[in-house]
Design a protein around this ligand. Structure first.
Ligand SMILES: NC(=O)c1ccc[n+]([C@@H]2O[C@H](COP(=O)([O-])OP(=O)(O)OC[C@H]3O[C@@H](n4cnc5c(N)ncnc54)[C@H](OP(=O)(O)O)[C@@H]3O)[C@@H](O)[C@H]2O)c1
Length: 265
């Protein structure tokens, strides 16, 4: 359990937080006394999740939900305005929602609309949301930004080239935002997980045989859990992250470190 009294009374905005990594991060932040704005595309679901999460709040932290499809610029702007109207100050921004193109295979055949949607949601919207939220953080001389990248950004892919490229762009955006906003005391980091047990990657681990073979590709012999990424995100929001900025943290059960290794167990 992380305990960091620094987060009491703060406010976090997390895109894509009705389930998975965003949801677990919201839960952990609420447990630290940090208010949270939940987001997803479906308003009923957003409201249900927000009221479910309220029970985890401590120190009078609040949870509200703002439904918005962050793949559109109009919704990004409306999302920002509502978030800004709901809380006097936003301290933490986690840019977590992403598009996972259904196509997997050679780059020669990826449908154009999936290329566009990947670039729009995973890159352009993250720039738009940064443009909207960071100026006020800069004025406040305080802020934490976390982008959810992917371990897929760290190597080439013969099946997911465009998705991997979009996440690599986020690692670069992380460095540029850190460089520009560091003098305003804004810290920007990127989390790059390998396969985590969420809906996003269910096709990769849902089947028991696939699950076993995937688990065996990690030195830690299992895939990751969303709470494990959430714990790192929350650590970055508090004291542990105070002098860390511009970094991509690969959280992958040791997979990258063990390329070429074979296990008999
Ligand atoms: N799971 C993994 O193995 C893995 C590995 C590496 C990186 N990641 C990254 O981790 C992040 C979160 O993934 P996850 O595994 O937690 O996914 P998840 O469990 O599928 O959750 C995705 C969340 O994003 C919301 N969402 C999706 N599209 C949205 C949009 N256009 N606008 C607003 N909200 C949207 C979903 O709600 P609605 O559907 O209701 O909108 C949901 O709350 C993503 O950036 C993903 O690329 C995941």
């Amino acid at each position: 359990m992380i305990t960091d009294t620094d987060l009491i009374g703060k406010t976090a905005v997390i895109t894509g937080s009705t389930q998975g990594i965003g949801y677990e991060t919201a839960k952990l932040l609420l447990q630290q006394g940090c208010s949270v704005v939940i987001n997803g595309r479906n308003s009923e679901r957003c409201e249900r999740v927000a009221s479910e999460l309220q029970e985890f709040a401590t120190h009078e932290a609040e949870v509200i939900s703002i439904a918005a499809d962050i793949s559109t610029e109009t919704d990004c702007r409306a999302f920002f305005e509502q978030a800004q109207g709901a809380f006097p100050k936003i301290d933490i921004l986690m840019l977590n929602a992403a598009y996972d193109p259904p196509y997997a295979g050679s780059i020669e055949a990826i449908p154009e609309e999936q290329i566009d949607q990947t670039i729009q949601t995973n890159i352009k919207s993250q720039i738009t949301l940064s443009q909207l939220f960071l100026p006020e953080m800069a004025q406040n001389k305080d802020g934490v930004v976390i982008l959810t990248g992917s371990a897929a950004s760290q190597r080439g892919s013969n099946r997911y080239a465009v998705y991997a490229m979009s996440k690599a762009a986020l690692s670069h955006l992380t460095m540029s935002l850190a460089a520009e906003y560091g003098p305003h005391n804004i810290r920007v980091n990127c989390l790059a997980p390998s396969v985590i047990r969420t809906e996003f990657t269910k096709a990769m681990w849902g089947d028991p045989a696939k699950h076993t073979s995937l688990s065996n590709s990690y030195p830690l012999r299992r895939i990751g859990e969303p709470e494990e990424i959430a714990a790192m995100a929350v650590a970055l929001c508090g004291k542990a992250g105070n002098w860390m900025t511009g970094q991509t943290l690969v959280i992958d059960g040791g997979q990258m470190a063990a390329v070429g290794c074979h296990y008999d167990m």
